[in-house]
Write a protein of this length. Structure first.
Length: 119
């Protein structure tokens, strides 16, 4: 009886390990490089969204500073896939690699802004 229990817990342990690995792989498993995000943001995005991500050149352009990285990443992938349609941002997003998106999302999320939550 005890043997059976041991066998079961060993199986569950292995299963949990496999699940953790799968989740890690699914998350992209690529650490974002905030410095590279800033570099790209300065070169490209600052022209419209402001150097601090918080001073857009037009009031209709969104503030990126302090938004959740998950949300920014999602928005950029949606523009790339034309799931979110905007001629300006669609064209911008299509120039970005997956790594660029990770880095940019982390950079803008790290900036203080009206949309950041108090930590
Ligand atoms: C030519 C001007 C311009 C440039 C350059 C630009 N954007 Fe945008 N961005 C916009 C506009 C306009 C919108 C709003 C589009 C819409 O309504 O969906 C926007 C929206 C966004 C959004 C969605 C924000 C939200 O709150 O939903 C993200 C994220 C974003 N831009 C990121 C970037 C990044 C990252 C770069 C640099 C690679 C960049 N943008 C470059 C004009 C620009």
């Amino acid at each position: 009886m005890n043997d059976l229990r041991d066998l079961r817990s060993a199986r569950y342990g292995a299963l949990a390990g496999t699940l953790a690995l799968a989740l890690f792989a699914a998350s992209g498993a690529q650490a974002a490089d905030v410095a590279k995000g800033k570099e790209k943001a300065d070169q490209v995005c600052a022209a419209c969204h402001g150097k601090d991500g918080n001073t857009p050149i037009d009031p209709s352009y969104p503030r990126l500073a302090g938004q959740h990285a998950d949300y920014l990443r999602h928005a950029l992938h949606a523009y790339q896939a034309d799931q979110r349609r905007n001629p300006i941002m669609g064209a911008q997003a299509k120039q970005l690699s997956r790594a660029d998106i990770e880095n940019l999302a982390s950079w803008y999320a790290s900036l203080p802004g009206p949309l950041s939550h108090q930590r």
